[in-house]
Design a protein around this ligand. Structure first.
Ligand code: UFG
Length: 321
């Protein structure tokens, strides 16, 4: 049985679905502060907050857990700058609670939800796993701190982990059961689709004077179902005795904000109004990863690897929410 923390969230819920497709049983641990109870359509939902160590122990006593997939975290970069304590308590301290209980109950495999935000401003593109990690905000620093903790615990306590550094998660379950629904929403693709639906008047383009071909930021968008596949491969890898590792997960391909808006206009056939505004603080011009390591070691290959597919599945979902 697999414990999926944050399994009511965007990425965790897609992974929970994939786990069930592959025959795993799961327990979803989520405090539902941002997650959606109705995203937990598979396995058992336990409404628990990771700040409560006795509650975590109760879960580990109740279920025969073999591994943990840890998604539970706050994810607003801007908010992490305004209120770092909120991020360090939840994303770092509560992860230490979870790890303490894992060690006590001898559950020694973890797939950890890390981020390309641990790299900070890239000095080289594409970003490989050995690119320097100099995060520029508390969100990225907290994720990096957990990676460092995992390294030390792995050396000292025989715990094995896979830290997965996602680039820009996007798209929705092609089966139409799950998708992206952040409250508040800050991510580009759902905001564009809001504008397509007329829920927002327009979408803002944050900065048009970057040193990129069309002046707008370039990101590596990776379909959430492909991310989910990679988590299952990482779990297999650990179950087959693989040593602790970090992996980038992206499409090795970047698209500019303008290209994403153009794609959405084509797919939705809607007139999406775009308004050019100033840069958003803390956005590097280009973030594109190299996921060669995950392709080689995990034998992972993204299936929804073009932007049209990503936007099409997102749109299919978005019209239902
Ligand atoms: N953008 C706009 N207008 C918007 C929203 C976004 O132009 O209304 C631009 C941003 O400036 C950026 C790109 O679209 O260039 C993508 O922005 P997102 O907010 O969708 O995603 P980020 O690239 O900011 O994602 C970052 C990190 C991830 C991290 C995530 C947390 O790359 O590692 O924030 O939510 F996990």
């Amino acid at each position: 049985m697999i414990l999926v923390t944050g399994g009511a969230g965007y990425i965790g819920s897609h992974v929970n679905k994939q786990l069930h497709k592959k025959g795993y049983k799961t327990v979803v641990l989520d405090n539902l502060s941002y997650g959606h109870g109705d995203f937990v359509k598979w396995g058992t939902l336990e409404r628990v907050d990771l700040s409560d160590i006795d509650e975590i122990k109760r879960i580990f006593k109740k279920y025969p857990l073999e591994a943990v997939m840890h998604f539970a975290a706050f994810t607003y970069v801007g908010e992490s700058v305004e209120n770092p304590q909120k991020y360090y308590l939840n994303n770092l301290k509560n992860t230490l609670n979870l790890l303490a209980v894992m060690l006590e109950f001898e559950v020694k495999k973890m797939v950890f939800s890390s981020s390309c935000a641990t790299y900070g401003n890239p000095v080289e593109i594409p970003i490989t796993e050995d690119h320097p990690q100099n995060p520029i905000n508390p969100y990225g620093r907290g994720k990096l701190m957990v990676e460092e903790v995992l390294k030390d615990y792995s050396a000292a306590y025989d715990l094995r982990y896979a830290s997965l550094r996602y680039f820009n998660a996007a798209g929705a379950d092609p089966g139409g059961e799950l998708g992206e629904n952040h409250q508040p929403e800050t991510h580009l693709i759902p905001l564009i689709l809001d504008a397509a639906q007329g829920r927002r008047e327009d979408v803002k383009i944050f900065g048009t004077d970057y040193s990129t071909p069309d002046g707008t930021c370039i990101r590596d968008y990776i379909h959430v179902t492909d991310l989910a596949d990679a988590h299952l491969k990482a779990l297999d890898y650990l179950e087959n005795g693989g040593k602790s590792e970090v992996f980038n997960l992206g499409n090795d391909n970047g698209f500019s904000v303008r290209e994403v808006i153009e794609t959405a206009r084509r797919i939705t056939k809607k007139n999406i109004k775009a308004v050019e505004v100033d840069r958003r603080a803390g956005d590097p011009p280009v973030l594109v990863g190299s996921s060669t390591k995950a392709r080689e070691i995990l034998n992972w290959k993204p299936r929804f690897d073009d932007l049209d597919e990503i936007v099409r599945t997102a749109w299919q979902w978005h019209q239902k929410i």
